[in-house]
Design a protein around this ligand. Structure first.
Ligand code: FAQ
Length: 335
């Protein structure tokens, strides 16, 4: 049914109505789209945007926690934090690889991140002034990430869906270690409980913003859901996260920083759920556009890491070139 083309490229005939309808039919049959399959250019671009943003988020997301590795209070806490930050680096690598299958290079994605052309999650532009922020990030940020990412394991694009399976398993450990850390602080001295409460106050609203704008303002949702890249809307996932997380806060004696939070028995088709206050979208867009408290530091840190790593990339490429040349010479000698 499909003519084979270069990865991610389509001729104009392939973009005909017939081609688009046949592609949508594959999606509707829940077939996985693989990298070499012909696909609409808009589908390819959307995936490069989303997977690229996701990869950048993982790599930039290492920075707020990396800030605490040398100051973790015990060896056990340090081990867990180190493992978590390393996992995030690994997630970035799987995701960059998944995006590369769509025909964009790692260098190009990095350049787009460092020049501000590509986005990464707003959440990583907030500072981590206290140890309790490590608990809040694991509990809330990884908790929100899991809610968003479990449905991505069923994304229509095969390489992304498969990468997400392992990522979600690791995020689940991250969430548990964060919640456990918060629960220990909440049970500790009054000063420790206050640290945990302050961290919750700092991270709650930015975590709700991670899910993206309200559905009414989400420019990509309808198309992404039709292509089964997204399975739930931003508001649906945000609501699931709120409903799962509020009882967890109550259990450890912490209070959500939202005076309008209240149980609404009519939510979720009569099963009940929480109403929340208005989200400050002006803050969200300010942070997304580069005006958050840590945007500048985050990009400076990634730029330095990229520049400092140049010799490693050059050495690896030179080694690969040498091996290729040796192999070619050996083959020539054998002929
Ligand atoms: N931050 O029309 P929609 C993690 C942008 S990984 C910045 O609703 P869409 C692991 C959006 O890109 C966290 N920008 O867009 C970890 C679009 O802009 P564009 C990252 C945002 O794509 C834990 C515009 O707003 N996760 O946490 C944000 O349908 C702990 C309109 O929005 C992923 O990337 C935001 N929060 O839905 C690591 C998951 N929200 O491109 C370390 C995959 C929206 O038109 C420590 N991504 N925007 O210029 C997704 O599921 C989707 O892309 C959404 C946005 C849900 C983020």
């Amino acid at each position: 049914m499909y003519s084979q083309g270069l990865i991610g490229t389509n001729t104009e005939t392939e973009e005909s109505e017939e081609f688009l309808a046949a592609f949508q039919a594959r999606i509707d049959r829940e077939e996985k789209i693989e990298a070499n399959d012909p696909m609409p250019e808009a589908y390819r671009k959307t995936l490069i945007r989303q997977i690229g943003q996701h990869a950048h988020s993982e790599i930039v997301g290492m920075l707020p926690e990396g800030n605490w590795i040398t100051r973790a209070p015990t060896l056990r806490r340090k081990l867990a934090l180190l493992a978590k930050v390393q996992d995030e680096g690994g997630h970035g690598l799987y995701l960059y690889s998944a995006a590369e299958t769509l025909g964009i290079s790692r260098e190009q994605m990095t350049e787009e991140l460092l020049t501000g052309k590509a986005k990464y999650s707003s959440i990583f532009n907030y500072p981590t002034p206290s140890w309790a922020d490590m608990g809040a990030i694991g509990w809330l940020v990884d908790g929100a990430a899991i809610m968003n990412q479990v449905p991505l394991c069923r994304c229509s694009f095969g390489p992304y869906a498969r990468a997400m399976v392992r990522i979600c398993k690791e995020e689940s450990f991250h969430q548990r270690q964060g919640y456990e850390l918060m629960s220990v602080l909440a049970k500790g001295a009054p000063e420790q409980k206050q640290m945990a409460q302050d961290a919750l106050n700092r991270w709650w609203w930015p975590s709700l913003m991670m899910f993206g704008p309200y559905d009414s303002d989400s420019s990509h949702s309808d198309q992404n859901m039709e292509w089964k890249i997204k399975r739930f809307s931003n508001d649906e996932l945000r609501q699931k996260f709120v409903d799962a997380t509020v009882p967890q806060a109550e259990l450890i004696g912490l209070t959500m920083p939202d005076p309008d939070l209240k149980w609404n028995p009519d939510r979720n088709k009569g099963q009940g759920g929480y109403d929340i206050g208005e989200i400050d979208w002006s803050e969200f867009w300010r942070v997304v556009k580069g005006g958050g408290p840590m945007n500048r530091d985050r990009i400076a840190a990634r730029t330095k890491a990229w520049e400092d790593g140049a010799w490693v990339r050059e050495a690896a490429l030179a080694h690969a070139d040498k091996r290729r040349a040796r192999r070619a010479a050996a083959q020539e000698a054998a002929e």
